[in-house]
Design a protein around this ligand. Structure first.
Ligand code: OGA
Ligand code: ZN
Ligand code: ZN
Length: 401
């Protein structure tokens, strides 16, 4: 229900929906009204008692005293200052600029725009056959010196989960410099950067020349590193050493559609992921217990966990859940392999991918003194990468296009 005491100046018209306690702002006759819950307006008053410009944040005492029974008493539009004016039942007065309000309109379309443009870009899931279509290459030097390229790379990585950087020098600092362009590296029990080289008697399965089946890195961490970077310094001339990559969110979606029972099992059965060892005198015993397919409250994919060597023999679920889990997992692994794309990096390539979403591996290779493969790995985290993506979008003026 709308009140009839709406006030109108030039083409801006303000009114209230009393039933839903909304303030409505109509900017023109043929566009839908912007909508704002009254209690939200009170909470987000922009005056210097309620809001601190310098820290760009709400002043904390507001919530300590916020009274949800406060009511809107007077509503008007100031044409001169292009702002909404409100007087509240506790005597407080608020004023909100039109540009600020437009950005925060509660309409479905505006919330979708904000989530897509400012929160995270929408992910596009892809099958193995689409690899050539989604694959993009970025030159290392451009990434280091051109902000547009840096933004494009981060955006591509967020949307497709995979991007190849080419022509990086064959030097030790490449991954650090790239990570520093974004923010900073994520270190783990294995240090900042790690070397993947065939080492007989290695304590980690990846450091053998054997095939490395599809996996996510470090599923045994609650806060698992979320972007993996693999810099090829030397590549084996043997027929092996190919990279395998599969979009595990796409695989999960296939399961959801074709095998809903298996999907339910893999998204509900917690698995014990573990890594025990020592590195540079630090003994560690990492465990994280979570399903293979992790969903949020809306059923959207948030994380995949999978690594055969790092799945513990402890399986702390009731015994009757074990066989159904193995049967579902066999399907997941078969589909992930069917959907994998393959390619072989050359020295100077930096393969970057979303370690929350993609599963990756490599084929086995021969390793001899004359035929060496040497990959350096490092991690970034999405929090840092998305932050950089937003800052670049703002600085490069991409929000108002
Ligand atoms: C790893 C890994 C890939 C490769 O060490 O976890 O995925 O190409 N290595 O050797
Ligand atoms: Zn105020
Ligand atoms: Zn790996």
């Amino acid at each position: 229900m709308l009140t009839n005491n709406s006030s109108s100046t030039s083409c801006v018209q303000v009114s209230r929906d009393l039933q839903q306690q909304l303030v409505l702002l109509r900017l023109s006759l043929d566009s839908p009204a912007l909508q704002f819950p009254e209690i939200w307006l009170r909470d987000n008053c922009q005056c210097n008692v309620c809001y601190m410009q310098q820290t760009r944040s709400r002043l904390p005492h507001g919530w300590n005293y916020l009274d949800p029974t406060v009511r809107l008493l007077q509503l008007s539009w100031c044409t001169e200052r292009k702002s909404l004016q409100i007087v509240w039942s506790d005597g407080h007065k608020s004023s909100y600029a039109l540009s600020w309000l437009k950005e925060r309109d509660f309409s479905h379309a505006n919330r979708a725009r904000y989530l897509r443009d400012s929160y995270r870009p929408e992910q596009r899931l892809w099958c193995g056959k689409e690899f050539q279509l989604i694959q993009r290459e970025f030159l290392y030097d451009d990434l280091l010196h051109n902000d547009e390229t840096l933004l494009h790379w981060l955006h591509h990585l967020a949307v497709y989960g995979l991007a190849l950087v080419r022509q990086a020098p064959l030097e030790a600092n490449v991954l650090r410099d790239l990570c520093n362009r974004v923010g900073f590296m994520r270190s783990t029990t294995y240090g900042d950067e790690w070397s993947v080289k065939a080492q007989p008697g290695a304590s980690n399965y990846a450091y053998l020349a054997e095939p490395l089946p599809l996996h996510t890195d470090m599923p045994y961490f609650e806060y698992k590193p979320s972007i993996t970077l693999l810099h090829t310094l030397q590549q084996s001339d043997s027929p092996g050493g190919w990279n395998l990559l599969s979009d595990a969110f796409y695989v999960a979606e296939l399961l959801r559609q074709r095998y809903p029972g298996a999907f339910k099992v893999l998204s509900e059965t917690p698995v014990d992921w573990a890594d025990i060892g020592s590195e540079k005198h630090l003994k560690f015993h990492n465990i994280w217990r979570a399903p293979v397919i992790n969903l949020d409250a809306n059923g959207r994919y948030v994380r995949i966990n999978h690594s055969i060597p790092q799945r513990d023999s402890h399986f702390s679920v009731p015994a009757e859940q074990v066989r159904p889990w193995y049967e579902a997992m066999a399907l997941f692994i078969r589909l992930a392999n069917e959907q994998a794309c393959t390619f072989k990096t050359t020295p100077g390539d930096v393969l970057t991918f979303d370690n929350v979403r993609m599963v990756h591996g490599r084929t086995g290779y021969d390793d001899t003194d004359q035929n060496v493969r040497h990959i350096v790995g490092a991690f970034l985290d999405w929090d840092i990468a998305y932050s950089r993506w937003r800052v670049l979008k703002t600085d490069l003026g991409h929000y108002n296009k």
